[in-house]
Ligand binder design. Sequence first.
Ligand SMILES: Cc1cc2nc3c(=O)[nH]c(=O)nc-3n(C[C@H](O)[C@H](O)[C@H](O)COP(=O)(O)OP(=O)(O)OC[C@H]3O[C@@H](n4cnc5c(N)ncnc54)[C@H](O)[C@@H]3O)c2cc1C
Length: 320
Amino acid sequence: MSVAATMPRFLEMERKYGSLIRGMRASRRTQASGPQKHGGARYSQFMTLRGGMSRLIDAPRDSLPAESVHLNTPITKLTRTHRGWCLEDRGGRRRVADAVVIASPARHAAPMLRRLDPRLADQLASIEYASCAVVSLAFRRDQIKAPLNAFGFVVPHVERRFILSCSFSSEKYEGRAPGDTVLMRVFIGGAMQQSLLRMPDEQLLELAHWEVADLLDIDGDPIMRHLTRQLHAMPQYHVGHTRRIAEITERLDAHPTLALAGSSLTGVGVPGCIASGKQAAARVLAGLHQSTPTPPTTMSSRPPSPPSLSPPSNARVVSP
Ligand SMILES: Cc1cc2nc3c(=O)[nH]c(=O)nc-3n(C[C@H](O)[C@H](O)[C@H](O)COP(=O)(O)OP(=O)(O)OC[C@H]3O[C@@H](n4cnc5c(N)ncnc54)[C@H](O)[C@@H]3O)c2cc1C
């Protein structure tokens, strides 16, 4: 993986201080000597939305006019016409838009853009993805003998185990499970153990249970279990990713009303995706101001509203 693309802060630390340990010591010293914050929100590393992550999608959907939202309508082709961008969906329907933000994974953006710019499409198509399975398991608290004094754990490859990590959802966030119950999510697969995903669901469920039972000294069967397969869901920022993104950005310069957003580009986590979405919205709005002397023809009858830059109102902070 490219350190520059996945953990730029660490690279900067190593450059500035000569080693990561020295860099961490220095940042601790700076934090300790900095002004103490009294009022306001204290953001911990872990934050989620009340009601689950799907709120992030449902909220903007619900705030838009129903006729301007087209769910389950994959776009297959994007072309530039004298009227603007023409989007063609899988059913062959066409819509015209003044500006387009493609927020799909890069491997889906590539075929849309192939006719417009084959090199851009090639660059997007070359971003690789890994898959994983997520097994959610719930236990009664008294079934678990190991102390749950962490938010979970990651398993280095050298341990030769069949799970990548385990996150204690109920310990990280309020309201994820009743008080006498522990909910955990076990991750299996990833780039290093793709072949495990060939296993049928039942075996993956058992594998996850067997591994956590062994590591956390758990008695008996889970009281709830659930499996989801996240196929091609994790973009891999291999060495060269930052160069590739620089070229993608340069090629997009030819199209000020077209932008890309999402995890394939500059940040694999949700905060990175939100930041890239805001940047993409700002970019196409600027492009529209540059290129439209007449009022734009939008997909909906309502004029586009500027992107909101405030954090979601239902964001919740959970302190460690
Ligand atoms: C198992 C797992 C755990 C994770 N845990 C965390 C975590 O704890 N914290 C964190 O910050 N991040 C986490 N992530 C990463 C985070 O989930 C992703 O970064 C984020 O969901 C990616 O969002 P996205 O909008 O870029 O892509 P997606 O959520 O994949 O959305 C892309 C959308 O594009 C649509 N689409 C695809 N093709 C087309 C097309 N042709 N036309 C129109 N639409 C199309 C898809 O239907 C989809 O809705 C996790 C990821 C995984 C896989």
